[in-house]
Design a protein around this ligand. Structure first.
Ligand code: PLP
Length: 434
C-alpha cells in the first residue's frame, strides 16, 4: 500500500497544527507510525484515505457511527434540511424532537440540555452537581476519560494515557485539589471517602472504554448508587460512549441502575458535533435560564446534528435487534481471536461488552482497572496495529482505546478482519519465540 498523500499532508499539517492533528490520538505516534492516514470518505464499514486505500474501520469516529458511515437513513434526513440553513442562534423543532426521544429512552433523564461536545456535557454536569449540593469536591476514577475540562483531566484515560501521562499541564492547584481519584472498582475506598469528605458528585464511565475496555461488575455500580444515595452525593453516569451503544437506553438500562445525571454525546449526533447532559427535573431546573447554573453555546442543539442524531436513534429504536446482532458479531470475531492467540502463543486478555472490545496484549486473566491495563505490552500492540493497517484494517491506534463495531460490519468484513489478524498474531508469536 502507498501512503504518499497522507504523509505529505501530515508533513504540511505539522507546520500548521500542533502535532499535525486536531485530537492527539489521531497522530499514530504511540504505534510508531510515520504518519496517520488522512481520510477522504467513508461508506458502511469502510473508509478510504487520500491515497485511495480502502480499509475496514473499527474506529467508527470513536463511537458515533453505530450505523456505519453514511447510513442512508441519516443522510436522507440530513439532506432534507441542510439547504435550509445551518444554525440560527434561535430554537428549532429538531432540538425538541431529539430531546423528546432522549427523554423517552434514557431512564434517568427527565430533562436534557444539548451541547456541542461530550466535554461540554461532562463539564456542565459537574458544575450542576456542585451547585445542587453546595459542595466543591468531585470524585472520578483513574483511567476514566470525561473530556478535557480542567476538573476532569486528572488521572485521565484516552489520549493522555496513550501519550504516557495522565494529568495535563496548565491546571491550577485549586482545581487539582478538588478532584479526588480512586481506582476503578474499589468500592471500599469509595465508601470510606464519601463518608469522610463532602463530595458533590461521583462521575463514572459505567463501562470504562478509555483505558482499553473494562468489563464493569454490576455490583460496583450498584454500590456506587447505594453509597451516593446515602451520602447525598450526585451520581453522574458519563454515557458519552455507552449511551445508545450498550443498549438503547445505555448502560443504565443494561445494568438497571439509575444515576442522578447522565452525559451523552457521540451516537446522539449521528456523526455530527453534539453532546447532552440530563437527569432529574429538580436538578436540571437549576440550569440557566431557569436557574443560575450557566451553560450556553452558539451551536448547542445545532439543527443538522439534532436531525442526524434523531435519525440515528429512531433507527435504533425501530430495529431493537441491532444490539443482539452487534453482540453476536463481536462474539464471533472475538471467539476466533482467542483461537488465534492460542494457535500462535500470544498472551492476550480480551475484554468486551456489546459492540465494544479491547484486545489487551497482556499475560493476565482479566484486566479490571488502570493498573492492569498499564501492564499491556504496547510493542505487541504496535505490531498488531501496523499489520492491520498495512493490510486494510483500521483499529484504534492505541492499546488504551476500544474497537467499535457498527451494523455495517457483516460476516464478510469480520472474516477479512480475522484473516489479517492471523497475520498479526503470527508475527507477534514469531517475535516472542525469538
Ligand atoms: N466522556 C467519554 C466517556 C468520552 O469517551 C469522551 C470522548 O471520547 C468524552 C466524554 C468527551 O467527548 P468529546 O470528545 O465529544 O468532547
Amino acid at each position: 500500500m502507498v501512503f504518499k498523500n497522507s504523509i505529505d499532508l501530515y508533513k504540511k499539517a505539522l507546520n500548521l497544527i500542533p502535532g499535525g492533528v486536531n485530537s492527539p490520538v489521531r497522530a499514530f505516534k504511540s504505534v510508531n507510525r510515520e504518519a496517520p492516514i488522512f481520510v477522504k470518505k467513508g461508506q458502511g464499514a469502510r473508509i478510504y484515505d487520500e491515497d485511495d486505500n480502502e480499509y475496514i474501520d473499527y474506529i467508527c469516529s470513536w463511537g458515533p457511527l453505530i450505523l456505519g458511515h453514511n447510513h442512508p437513513k441519516v443522510i436522507e434526513e440530513v439532506k432534507k434540511i441542510i439547504e435550509n440553513g445551518s444554525s440560527y442562534g434561535l430554537p428549532t423543532k429538531y432540538e425538541v424532537d431529539l430531546a423528546e426521544l432522549i427523554v423517552e429512552i434514557v431512564p434517568s433523564i427527565e430533562k436534557v440540555r444539548l451541547t456541542t461536545s461530550g466535554t461540554e456535557a461532562t463539564m456542565s454536569a459537574v458544575r450542576l452537581a456542585r451547585a445542587y449540593t453546595g459542595r466543591n469536591k468531585i470524585l472520578k476514577f483513574e483511567g476514566c476519560y470525561h473530556g478535557h475540562s480542567d476538573a476532569l483531566l486528572v488521572k485521565s484515560g484516552s489520549g493522555l494515557l496513550t501519550e504516557g501521562y495522565q494529568d495535563s499541564n496548565g491546571i491550577t492547584d485549586g482545581v487539582l485539589k478538588d478532584t479526588l481519584t480512586l481506582g476503578f472498582g474499589d468500592l471500599e475506598k469509595v465508601e470510606n471517602l464519601l463518608r469522610n469528605e463532602e463530595v458533590a458528585c461521583v462521575i463514572v464511565e459505567p463501562i470504562p472504554a478509555n483505558m482499553g475496555l473494562i468489563e464493569t461488575h454490576k455490583e460496583f455500580l450498584q454500590g456506587l448508587r447505594r453509597i451516593t444515595e446515602e451520602t447525598k452525593t450526585i451520581l453522574i453516569f458519563d454515557e458519552v460512549i455507552s449511551g445508545f451503544r450498550l443498549a438503547l437506553g445505555g448502560a443504565q438500562e443494561f445494568f438497571g441502575i439509575t444515576p442522578d445525571l447522565t452525559t451523552l454525546g457521540k451516537i446522539i449526533g449521528g456523526g455530527y458535533p453534539v453532546g447532552a447532559f440530563g437527569g432529574k427535573r429538580e436538578i436540571m431546573d437549576l440550569v440557566a435560564p431557569v436557574g443560575r447554573v450557566y451553560h450556553a453555546g452558539t451551536l448547542s442543539g445545532n439543527p443538522i446534528a439534532s436531525k442526524a442524531g434523531f435519525a440515528t436513534i429512531s433507527y435504533l429504536k425501530e430495529n431493537p435487534n441491532i444490539y443482539k446482532e452487534l453482540a453476536e458479531n463481536t462474539n464471533y470475531l472475538l471467539d476466533n481471536v482467542e483461537k488465534l492467540a492460542e494457535k500462535y502463543g500470544v498472551d492476550v486478555c480480551i475484554n468486551s461488552m456489546g459492540s465494544l472490545f479491547t484486545i489487551f496484549f497482556v499475560d493476565l486473566e482479566k484486566v479490571e482497572n488502570l493498573e492492569d491495563s498499564l501492564k499491556a505490552n504496547t510493542e505487541n500492540f504496535s505490531i498488531y496495529f501496523n499489520t492491520m493497517l498495512d493490510n486494510g484494517i483500521v483499529v484504534p491506534p492505541s492499546q488504551f482505546e476500544a474497537h467499535f463495531l457498527s451494523i455495517a460490519h457483516t460476516k464478510k468484513e469480520l472474516d477479512k478482519t480475522l484473516e489479517v489478524m492471523e497475520m498479526a498474531f503470527k508475527k507477534i508469536g514469531k517475535k516472542n519465540a525469538k
